[in-house]
Design a protein around this ligand. Structure first.
Ligand code: C2O
Ligand code: CU
Length: 466
């Protein structure tokens, strides 16, 4: 696939001019290998047939790949990415977790009009903070078709010492395949109202034919897994991203403990654990010193009895673990938010007021709400620029909800003290959890559950200030 920059053409640049010098924004095909540093790149949203490792699926992609290319930038620099829409539907790109200019946030109907088929949109924005992020379509449930990819913002003064890094992108694959009759697949993949089909299938219980047969790491099924090659004794940084629409994962690396150093891209006091639970939209970075051999990297689909699987290999001759190998670390010490100590410099001011948001489920069982509102009339919270507010999220439903706020990194409360800075936080059934938000980035910001089916039903609101 040619990755020539596509900055010519008839498309009007919709983005307003951003001045200042551009830092590199590079693209890589595979984790750890950056290429083409330059002044910009094109991201082509298009239908394609991709291999998930042995199994081919027809779906929607960025640049014909699932996941999309790794976008690498450096904190303080600018990312320029031209979205070219070759899909038969409108689309946007959302830069999940970035403290971004609201006009570049990709929230359709709130901060930008979606880009029509055959048109393009220039995303040009500063990346103020280093960290592990991802990008995805923010239209309907398009993300779930494969329209997602990693965004890694390097720290020019990286304090963490490590020898190399790998990106681990988790996904629950929906468009497929096991148990799904071909004609149903074809129907799904050929119709532009795919999203509605998905929704009614999943929410209305219309049919059980569409499930999550595969759990993927970097777009690969457990049957033909991703292999991360390294050397014994190397200190490796893993950047783990959960891009799934409907699955939280329990992640462990067999034979190793993991030292978690970043939550949602933000540094935290290191916490050494055996495993962690990662909700949709969350990211964790961990470092570990690799032993000699071939080790299973497992992401257990929480509550689903299935797993995503990859191999970390440091000696060529080591026998590969099988995809259902027992990984005792999964049952040992699990990361808790309370383990993640914020750096002192990242403490937010005391909030001046509290906003309570109830995460609810309507009796129908397939409508999820914020303060009992549905998507047609979403919750709107007005705040003042400069204030710090506390959002208390009260989950009255029997499911957990990974709640995500655009454009900010809030501070999670653990008990009565300050916890980690994050932008997505998992709230367990019947649990109540608070986050403090410093309102220092004026705009209209979506605030929603990152379970896409909940978001689409109404578990989404707007935090706005000018
Ligand atoms: Cu990654 Cu509004 O979301
Ligand atoms: Cu939810």
């Amino acid at each position: 696939v040619s990755r020539r920059l596509l900055f010519t053409g008839t498309f009007a640049a919709a983005a307003s001019a951003v001045t200042g010098s551009f830092s590199e924004a590079a693209v890589a095909d595979r984790p750890g290998r950056a290429r083409r540093p330059g002044r910009g790149m094109a991201l082509r949203a298009k239908p394609a047939t991709v291999s998930l490792g042995g199994r081919k699926v027809a779906t929607w992609t960025y640049d014909g790949m699932v996941p999309g290319p790794i976008i690498r930038a450096t904190a303080g620099g600018v990312v320029r990415a031209r979205l070219v829409n070759d899909l038969p539907a409108e689309t946007t790109v959302h830069w999940h977790g970035i403290r971004i200019d609201p006009r570049m946030d990709g929230a359709p109907g709130y901060t930008q009009a979606p880009t029509k088929p055959g048109r393009a949109f220039d995303y040009v924005f500063k990346v103020p903070d280093p960290g592990t992020y991802f990008y995805h379509s923010h239209v309907g449930t398009q993300l779930d078709r494969g329209l997602y990819g990693p965004l890694v913002v390097a720290d020019p003064h990286e304090p963490l010492g490590y020898d190399e890094e790998f990106v681990v992108l988790l996904d629950d694959w929906l468009d497929g395949v096991d148990g799904t009759p071909d004609d149903a697949l074809r129907r799904l993949n050929s119709t532009t109202d795919h999203d509605d089909t998905l929704r009614s299938t999943l929410l209305g219980g219309v049919s059980a034919e569409i499930r999550h047969p595969f759990h993927l790491i970097n777009g690969r099924m457990a049957e033909a897994p991703e292999v991360f090659n390294s050397r014994p004794g190397r200190v490796v940084r893993f950047r783990v991203i959960n891009a799934a629409a409907d699955t939280a994962y329990r992640v462990a690396l067999g034979g190793h403990r993991m030292t978690v150093t970043h939550a949602d891209g933000f540094p935290c006091g290191p916490a050494t654990v055996d495993a962690f639970l990662i909700g949709m939209g969350e990211r964790y970075d961990f470092v570990t010193r690799l032993g000699a051999g071939a080790f299973p990297l497992v992401a257990l689909a929480e509550g689903k009895g299935a797993r995503a699987f990859a191999i970390v290999r440091t000696t060529r001759t080591a026998r590969r673990p099988s995809r259902d190998v027992k990984v005792p670390e999964l049952e040992r010490r699990l990361l808790a938010y309370a383990d993640l100590r914020p750096r002192r410099a990242d403490a937010l001011p005391r909030p001046s007021r509290t906003v309570t948001v109830t995460l609810g489920m309507r009796p129908s069982g397939n409508e999820w709400t914020l303060n009992d509102r549905l998507a047609a009339d979403p919750l709107r919270v007005r705040v003042e620029k400069g204030e710090t507010i506390r959002i208390v999220m009260d989950n009255t439903s029997p499911m957990w909800h990974p709640m995500h706020l655009h454009g900010h990194t809030f501070q999670v409360r653990v008990g009565d003290r300050r916890g980690p800075r994050k932008d997505t936080v998992n709230i367990k059934p019947r649990e109540r959890l608070s986050v403090d938000v410093e309102c220092d980035n004026p705009g209209e910001w979506m605030f929603h559950c990152h379970n896409l089916y909940h978001q689409e039903q109404g578990m989404m609101g707007v935090l706005g200030y000018g």
